[in-house]
Structure formats: structure tokens, C-alpha cells
Design a protein around this ligand. Structure first.
Ligand code: NAD
Length: 435
């Protein structure tokens, strides 16, 4: 069989942090962090501790370009917290990435890992580069030199990177190889999101969407709605959106609307999701021209009367302007930051249950944890086993947050932050401050 790189890679799995912009999800996160600190009556010292990163590393990355010239890029790695275990978080390549942004995203990872009960702290990395301007060779040299400069930071027991914006399986393979060459042994567990042939995990391609569906089913159950009697609208038909739609469809739900960048597609009798996926696959990953449904706008999709709305496209989709017009009973945030902080209270007043991103799309980081476990065991699980364990962990995380929600009479989103922050704070109290 001729060599084909695509045989060994799975393509589109990411563990991205939220994008930071105007109505920034990170600002929203900070607001929610402060609220949780108040609920927990954290003292000032503990607040300061949890708000401060453990370590911030900035490196220069010189590489020889194809032209023979030397260019120097700047790279970062921030470990926000490593009390629960080695830190975990993606590496993003972007021309405008800053240390502040990486700091913010690292903190976000700390809460996310704590919420789903994976034994990891939070970290994030970044390189200020536009990867589209680099050849494959330049990208490889950049990745290897960045990794070489981070040899004392990374490690299966210290800090474990993953893909994020503009980084992928191939880049993770180079990180793994560079680290391994210097360790004089193959260390697959130093990164996650690797190609399966290099120690990646089965099931991770669908992990985020699968996790979204597990928590959606749990939320439906709390509301006394049967999955096969519910209606669903999904915004975004990429990795997260299409998998969420497919798994809800398999549960017998009526998926009345889907959408992508080309607009929304509505059918009150329900859309045949496997067929729509096949259509998109054959049309350059686009739903444009899909004729089994009526064309609507993305804005109309968000306002449809339905039981479950899954925003799985991008941030800031439900905001102060349109939150009052949302007619779903449950919003399960597949995307990062699809609901802005100032929309939270509007949705709450309407009695809409929002399953927050920090829980709902944590299936990716959970299967990353499984990848790390499998690499360390040197024993690989079937996809069925991965899915079963993922469902169990996501379901437990939902139940934990639901309990906190009831205990403090707060929203599920607030409960997520209260739970995550409390877990890290409790761990610090038990471990004590060293020296
Ligand atoms: P993707 O690129 O595979 O898909 C994005 C989809 O959204 C595409 O169908 C695109 O056409 C559509 N879209 C873009 N802009 C739109 C708009 N304005 N209106 C409607 N649709 C629009 O991306 P993905 O991997 O599915 O990620 C989606 C979201 O989920 C992002 O916010 C990402 O950060 C978050 N997320 C993804 C993962 C993962 O494992 N892939 C994990 C955690 C969070």
C-alpha cells in the first residue's frame, strides 16, 4: 500500500481555549471567577494564590528559514496551577498571541480540568507566528526549537501540551519526537492529540461532541424530558456540531435545525443527520445547497422554539441583544464562550438551563487524559471502552455541578466555577504551602 499520511492521522481534533476579543470569554470567565470566590468566601490570600500563575516562561525561538536567513520568534508557556497533577493545555500558533492571553487561557484550563475531575492542573502555550506564512520545513524547525527550549518545562509528570488554535497532530508528533530524542527514550505521554499510530487515543475525534451529548441527556433528564421526545437545534456543523447532532439523532431526538457559515437549515419534521453529514462531506464540508430543509438565518436558528439548543460554532453568539429571544429550554455550550456574561442573567430569568462550556465541551480534555493514561500504561483501549469511560466521567461531573447548583441556589455555570475553584482551594489547604 502506498504511504499516505492521512491513513495515520485523524485530522480535526482540538482542545482549544476560548478566543479572546471584545466581549471576551476570558473577561467573562474572570467575572464568573470573582463571583465563585465570593460564594466560597475565599480569603484574600487564597484569591491571590488562585489568580496567580505558578510559572511563566518566555523564550526566543531562532530558526533558519528556507531562504537561509535567521528569524527569531517569541514563544510562551504558562503553568497556571499544578496542585492537582501535571499541568495540561494546548499550544496555539498565532501572530497576535500574547503572554497575557496565554496566562488567561492557562487559568481557564485549571478550572476545566478540576470540573471534570481529571488529575491535571492548567497550562497553555503560544508562539507569535502566522503558521500560514511558513513552509512545512520551517514549521517543523520552529516546533522543534520551541520544544527544545521548553525541555525543562514539559514532561509526562510535569506539563503536557496538546493542540490548540493552528496546531495539529503533526505538530504534536514533532513535539513528542523532540522531547523523546533528548530524553533518550520514546516518551509518548509528553503530549496528547497525537496521531493514533504514535499513541493517540481512539474515540478522541468524536470526544467533544460525545461529551456535549452526555451532559445534554443529563440536563433533559433533570427536566423530565425524554430524549426521543425532544427537539434540537444545532449551530455549527463542524467537528463538535455535527457529532452532537448525530448522537442526539441516534438517541431518537428530532433535530429540527442545523447550520454552518452558509446559514441555517430547518425542517420541522426533523433532519436526517447522517444524510446531512454525507452531504457536507461531499460538498467541501459545507451545507450550502442542502435541499432537505428550508433555508433560515443563523439568527433565526438561535431563536427557534425547541428543547435543546447547541451552539457549536463560535463565541459571543448569544448576547445581550438576542438572549431575550431565545426559546430553548436547555442550552448546551459546545463552543467556547457562545454566551456572553451579560446574557447569563437574561437566560436565567427566562428559566433556561445553560450547561456551560467549561463542562459541556470538556470531553476533549477528558479523552486527552485517557490518551495520557494509555501511553503511560502502554496498553490501548478500544473505542467502546473510551466512550464508556468518557460518558461516565462527564455524567459524574454534571451530577457534581448539579448538586452544587442546588446547594447554593445558583446557576449551573456559577456552580461549575464554584466546584472547580473549591477543589483547587481544598487541595491547597490539605497539601499546605511548601516552605
Ligand atoms: P469546526 O471548524 O470543525 O466547525 C465550526 C463550524 O461552525 C463550521 O461548520 C462552520 O461553518 C460553522 N460556523 C462558523 N461561523 C459560523 C457562524 N457565524 N454561524 C454559524 N456557523 C458558523 O470547529 P469545531 O472544532 O467544531 O469547534 C467549534 C467550537 O467548539 C469552537 O468554539 C471551539 O473552540 C469549540 N471547541 C472545540 C473542541 C473540539 O474538540 N473540536 C473542543 C472544545 C471546544
Amino acid at each position: 500500500m502506498p504511504y499516505n499520511k492521512n491513513m495515520y492521522t485523524t485530522g480535526y481534533y482540538k482542545e482549544p481555549g476560548p478566543k479572546l476579543d471584545e466581549e471576551s470569554p476570558f473577561e467573562s470567565m474572570l467575572e464568573r471567577f470573582r463571583f465563585a470566590a465570593e460564594v466560597l468566601e475565599l480569603d484574600e490570600g487564597m484569591f491571590q494564590y488562585l489568580a496567580s500563575p505558578v510559572k511563566q516562561v518566555t523564550v526566543s525561538i531562532p530558526i533558519v528559514m528556507d531562504s537561509g536567513d535567521i528569524r527569531v520568534f517569541e514563544g510562551y508557556r504558562v503553568i497556571h496551577n499544578n496542585l492537582l497533577g501535571p499541568s495540561k493545555g494546548g499550544i496555539r500558533y498565532a501572530p497576535d498571541v500574547t503572554l497575557e492571553e496565554v496566562n488567561a487561557l492557562a487559568a481557564w484550563m485549571t478550572w476545566k480540568c478540576a470540573i471534570v475531575n481529571v488529575p491535571f492542573g492548567g497550562a497553555k502555550g503560544g508562539v507569535r507566528v502566522d503558521p500560514k506564512q511558513l513552509s512545512d520545513g520551517e514549521l517543523e524547525r520552529l516546533t522543534r526549537r520551541y520544544t527544545a527550549n521548553m525541555l525543562e518545562v514539559f514532561g509526562p509528570d510535569r506539563d503536557i501540551p496538546a493542540p490548540d488554535m493552528n496546531t495539529n497532530e503533526q505538530i504534536m508528533a514533532w513535539v513528542m519526537d523532540t522531547y523523546s530524542m533528548n530524553a533518550h527514550k520514546t516518551e509518548t505521554a509528553v503530549v496528547t492529540g497525537k496521531p493514533i499510530i504514535l499513541g493517540g487515543s481512539h474515540g478522541r475525534k468524536e470526544a467533544t461532541g460525545r461529551g456535549v451529548v452526555t451532559v445534554t441527556l443529563a440536563a433533559l433528564n433533570k427536566m423530565g424530558i425524554l430524549p426521543n421526545k425532544c427537539t434540537v437545534a444545532v449551530q455549527g456543523f463542524g467537528n463538535v456540531g455535527s457529532v452532537s447532532a448525530k448522537l442526539m439523532y441516534e438517541q431518537g431526538a428530532k433535530v429540527v435545525a442545523i447550520s454552518d457559515i452558509t446559514g441555517g437549515y430547518y425542517n420541522e419534521n426533523g433532519i436526517d443527520i447522517p444524510e446531512a453529514m454525507e452531504y457536507a462531506k461531499n460538498h467541501d464540508n459545507s451545507l450550502e445547497g442542502y435541499s432537505e430543509a428550508e433555508k433560515i438565518t443563523n439568527e433565526e436558528l438561535l431563536q427557534l422554539e425547541c428543547d435543546v439548543l447547541i451552539p457549536a460554532a463560535k463565541e459571543d453568539q448569544i448576547n445581550r441583544e438576542n438572549a431575550g429571544d431565545i426559546n430553548a429550554k436547555i442550552i448546551a455550550e459546545g463552543a467556547n464562550g457562545p454566551v456572553t456574561a451579560n446574557a447569563d442573567s437574561i437566560l436565567e430569568d427566562k428559566g433556561i438551563m445553560v450547561v456551560p462550556d467549561i463542562l459541556a465541551n470538556a470531553g476533549g480534555v477528558t479523552v486527552s487524559y485517557f490518551e495520557w493514561v494509555q501511553d503511560r500504561q502502554g496498553y490501548f483501549w478500544t473505542e467502546e471502552r473510551v466512550n464508556r469511560r468518557l460518558n461516565r466521567m462527564m455524567r459524574n461531573a454534571f451530577d457534581n455541578l448539579f448538586e452544587v447548583r442546588n446547594q447554593y441556589d445558583i446557576t449551573l455555570r456559577q456552580a461549575a466555577y464554584v466546584f472547580g475553584i473549591n477543589k483547587v482551594a481544598m487541595t491547597l489547604k490539605l497539601r499546605g504551602l511548601y516552605a
